[in-house]
Design a protein around this ligand. Structure first.
Ligand code: NAD
Length: 252
């Protein structure tokens, strides 16, 4: 069996940069028409242009995934552009950091409104489109930090644990409707989320390399490849799972 994604359609949130862009490019290269969705119009246009430049189909849609009306508008734009959605990659995320006792209520709510509520709102908005197309695949981006814990990321780590829970519960309810729901937990990847201000990057690089079984740095394309697996029929009997793509950092 091959990927066989030709003619499918996908929405990727947070597609203007980093892992979301890598996922969008991987899908675009595999013949999927991609709605590149997110907050940063310039980056989204760039991602779409990269897909079109490679002979694929893509369109950019501005959306704040924590806002219901904007998410519903994004869903409508996906229908207008490509007739509906087969694959949803819930990737957009925010990652403020600091000591847990200094996190404000407002910042806690902000992190959960994007990293958890946003995934719920997007999944709910896209469900009718998937049902109309006879099923679909939802892929949620979690994080290794949920599995290993992480200093100074209490709200973020908690939200990424919630993504694992959301994935499992949603998989139960969506399975009978032929919608599969899986999650990817990335290890360390060189995106904005990695190069946070104030971080000692050489020290972090070293500790990541010491932790990983595979002694190379993660590349965003590694996440793109995992997205292709969950998007395609290669994973047709897999749902509710979280795949760590982390070079063997967390082995359980
Ligand atoms: N880079 C890593 O090492 C790593 C590790 C584990 C998990 N992750 C997760 O991967 C995902 C992608 O992050 P990244 O590393 O590519 O960083 P990134 O900052 O490049 O990507 C995050 C994207 O989300 C978008 N976004 C933020 N808030 C949004 C909102 N309200 N509505 C729509 N879009 C919004 C941003 O514009 C950006 O495009 C995130 O969920 C992150 O938590 C990253």
């Amino acid at each position: 069996m091959s990927l066989n994604l030709e003619g499918k359609t996908a929405i990727v949130t947070g597609a203007s940069s980093g892992l979301g862009r890598a996922a969008a490019l991987a899908l675009g290269r595999s013949g999927v028409s991609v709605v590149a969705a997110g907050l940063d119009p310039e980056g989204l246009d760039e991602t779409s242009a990269m897909i079109r430049g490679g002979g694929g189909e893509a369109t950019a849609v501005e959306v704040d995934i924590s806002k219901l009306d904007q998410v519903e508008a994004m869903a409508a734009e996906a229908t207008a552009a490509f007739g509906g959605t087969d694959i949803l990659v819930n990737n957009a995320g925010v990652y403020p950091n600091g000591p847990w006792h200094e996190i404000s209520e407002k910042e806690w709510d902000f992190v959960f409104s994007v990293n958890v509520k946003g995934y719920f709102l997007c999944s709910k908005a896209i469900r009718p489109q998937m049902l109309e197309r006879g099923g679909g695949s939802i892929i949620n981006i979690s994080s290794i930090t949920f599995f290993v814990g992480a200093d100074e990321f209490l709200h973020y780590v908690s939200s990424k644990g919630a993504v694992v829970g959301l994935t499992r519960a949603l998989a139960r309810e969506c399975g009978p409707e032929s919608i599969r729901v899986n999650s990817i937990a990335p290890g360390a990847f060189p995106t904005r989320a990695y190069f946070l201000p104030g971080r000692d990057i050489p020290k972090l690089d070293q500790s990541v390399m010491d932790s990983q079984a595979i002694k190379r740095k993660g590349e965003p394309a590694d996440i793109g490849n995992a997205v292709l697996f969950f998007a395609s029929e290669l994973s047709s009997f897999v749902t509710g799972q979280t795949l760590l793509v982390d070079g063997g950092w967390y082995l359980h």
